[in-house]
Design a protein. Structure first.
Length: 210
């Protein structure tokens, strides 16, 4: 197993927010950095909800090339895991399923997600630079980071209800949970083939996530 890739995917799924660098319209040629909330969509692509009033939204509409920086703030500064995603930013449809999924990961978004001036955007990663500490770094292709939701995700979430966690999503690589107001991820050794395999994998990995 590529432990660096597993750590990078876990960071992507556990990060509540990211620093977004877009191309500044007020001063062309300079990057403009702002903060956005994140959740993995049904394909594992970073997803956000942003307002047309925001500078970064207008800038993404003018130039879709964007960069996201995600970091694990729970670790000491000299050991912080971080990943930079070089991405294509794309507006996407506000489907009921996408809205429901985003709210599982970002429950606070209920206060603004349905406003007319807010829309969904995906950041499709092209390449990623992952840093796991001094001398531990490398590049990944964007597609390597994507973990699509399982076809039976809803059934798996229902089956996990009452296990002491708030289940956010279940994908081919793991299960995303909320514990003590922080996201956690249980990684699967291989993609589960049915709901029972999901339940067994989460039960086996639950103690490590607590």
């Amino acid at each position: 197993m590529n432990t660096g890739l597993i750590s990078a995917v876990s960071l992507l799924h556990c990060s509540e927010q990211a620093a977004l660098a877009s191309h500044c319209l007020a001063l062309p040629g300079y990057p403009y950095v702002s903060a956005i909330t994140l959740a993995p969509d049904e394909d594992g692509v970073p997803l956000t909800v942003i307002s047309t009033l925001a500078e970064h939204t207008r800038q993404l509409q003018a130039d879709a090339h964007a960069s996201l920086l995600l970091a694990d703030a729970t670790l000491p500064a000299d050991r912080t895991l971080r990943i930079t995603l070089l991405s294509d930013a794309m507006p996407c449809e506000r489907t009921p399923a996408r809205r429901q999924r985003f709210l599982r990961y970002q429950p606070g978004a209920v206060d603004y997600i349905d406003f007319d001036d807010f829309s969904f955007w995906r950041f499709v990663p092209k390449r990623a630079r992952f840093v796991a500490g001094f001398g531990r770094m490398g590049w990944f292709d964007g597609a390597e980071l994507l973990r699509p939701a399982l076809p039976f995700e809803a059934e798996a979430i229902a089956g996990l209800t009452g296990q002491g966690w708030h289940v956010l999503g279940v994908d081919s690589g793991g299960c995303d949970l909320r514990l003590l107001d922080l996201r956690r991820r249980i990684t699967f050794e291989r993609p589960p083939q049915d709901v029972n395999e999901v339940l067994a994998a989460v039960a086996a990995g639950g103690a490590a996530a607590e």
